[in-house]
Design a protein around this ligand. Structure first.
Ligand SMILES: Cc1cc2nc3c(=O)[nH]c(=O)nc-3n(C[C@H](O)[C@H](O)[C@H](O)COP(=O)(O)OP(=O)(O)OC[C@H]3O[C@@H](n4cnc5c(N)ncnc54)[C@H](O)[C@@H]3O)c2cc1C
Ligand code: FES
Length: 319
């Protein structure tokens, strides 16, 4: 267990088989065992299954790393896991980044959560001879963690922060920008951020990783403000964070994502996101995703408040 920022923790699990099977871009389901979970005032602090991307694996040592942003009840309990405590790690699941290609320019864009996916995909893309340009978007520059790993996964990084000051680059080729990701991409495309070895227009593939609102904004901007700066026939993929439950590929159907043909606007075959989280940006029905992500909103808020109340009664040892 390691705290990376005031709201992000890293959980390293010994799970040799699950580490060996991992391919870049895949994720796991993490859960504590009910029997091991602490009880406060009669409430057992058992987690719901959490979908967490494999940040790195050490196949020799049989270790895998999961990085959790503390948002609600279950993710906040990650920090209370004890060293050596047995946990349930199902997976790897979802699809691997199936087409790293060779000698092409990739362009992931994402932020706090996106980092975990970037670590594995970015490294694999670079190893296959691609150039990776990463728009690292954060609400706040203080949320940045694992700088060395981010740098290892990208040829050029544009550090974007909604609130000033943005992270200052450590390498000469990296740049900094205050504003959102789309604004940063426009400024980069216009050449306002300076000289670059990886022009936006060379990118064959956009991979958007982050909140549904951020991915929807990138998706829309490709057909509007970003059009002049993008290659005409690039592909654009979003790493779709649908609500999930079993994550066992086509079992519970919690993760079903509505898809729409961008040409006709007609509904096409829905996708089980736990089978294939990487979906064509133009086909994802983002309003549907947003509505589905809010389906348990009341229960999630109540759980979070109840956890606040319990932790005031009896604080748990947390990293
Ligand atoms: C493919 C994928 C990869 C991801 N990778 C990462 C990552 O690397 N790092 C990261 O931080 N996040 C990642 N996420 C997002 C992460 O899984 C969610 O943010 C997390 O599940 C939310 O946890 P919480 O503590 O806020 O939710 P909680 O409120 O504890 O809920 C956890 C889950 O249980 C459901 N739930 C809660 N209450 C109920 C109820 N009463 N009835 C039914 N269901 C309920 C919730 O809707 C939610 O799905 C990923 C998501 C996906 C889909
Ligand atoms: S989460 Fe159960 S089938 Fe996808």
């Amino acid at each position: 267990m390691k705290r990376l920022t005031p709201t992000i923790v890293e959980v390293v699990v010994k799970a040799p088989w699950q580490a060996r099977k991992f391919e870049p871009g895949q994720f796991y389901r993490l859960q504590n065992f009910e029997i091991e979970s602490p009880v406060i005032e009669g409430t057992r602090l058992a987690m719901e299954g959490l979908a967490l991307t494999g940040a790195w694996v050490d196949k020799e040592a049989g270790l895998l790393s999961l990085i959790a942003l503390e948002m609600g009840g279950s993710s906040r309990l990650c920090a209370a896991l004890r060293i050596g405590e047995p946990v349930v790690v199902m997976g790897p699941t979802g699809c691997a980044d199936r087409d790293p290609g060779e000698g092409r320019d990739g362009r992931p864009g994402g932020g706090g959560l996106g980092n975990a996916v970037l670590f594995s995909i970015g490294k694999a893309l670079r190893a296959a001879g691609n150039k990776v340009l990463y728009f690292a978007g954060y609400k706040n520059g203080a949320d940045v963690f694992k700088l060395d790993d981010i740098e290892a996964a990208a040829d050029v990084i544009v550090w974007c922060s909604d609130i000033a000051p943005a992270t200052q680059p450590r390498r000469p080729q990296d740049q900094t920008f205050v504003g959102n990701i789309v604004q940063a991409m426009v400024a980069y495309g216009e050449g306002k951020l300076g000289e670059t070895a990886v022009p936006l227009r060379d990118a064959d593939r956009i991979i958007a990783i982050g909140s549904d609102r951020m991915m929807a904004a990138v998706s829309r901007a490709r057909h509007a403000v970003l059009t002049p700066y993008l290659k005409e026939n690039h592909t654009a993929i979003g790493s779709i964070n649908s609500p999930m439950q079993c994550m066992m590929k086509e079992v519970c159907a919690q993760c079903l994502q509505r898809q729409v043909d961008p040409e006709t606007g007609e509904e096409i075959e829905p996708v089980f996101s736990c089978f294939n989280q990487d979906q064509q940006l133009d086909e994802v029905d983002f309003p549907n995703l947003n509505a589905r992500l809010k389906q348990n909103s009341v229960e999630e808020k109540l759980t979070n408040l109840w956890l606040d109340y319990l932790l005031k009664k009896k604080p748990l040892l947390r990293v």
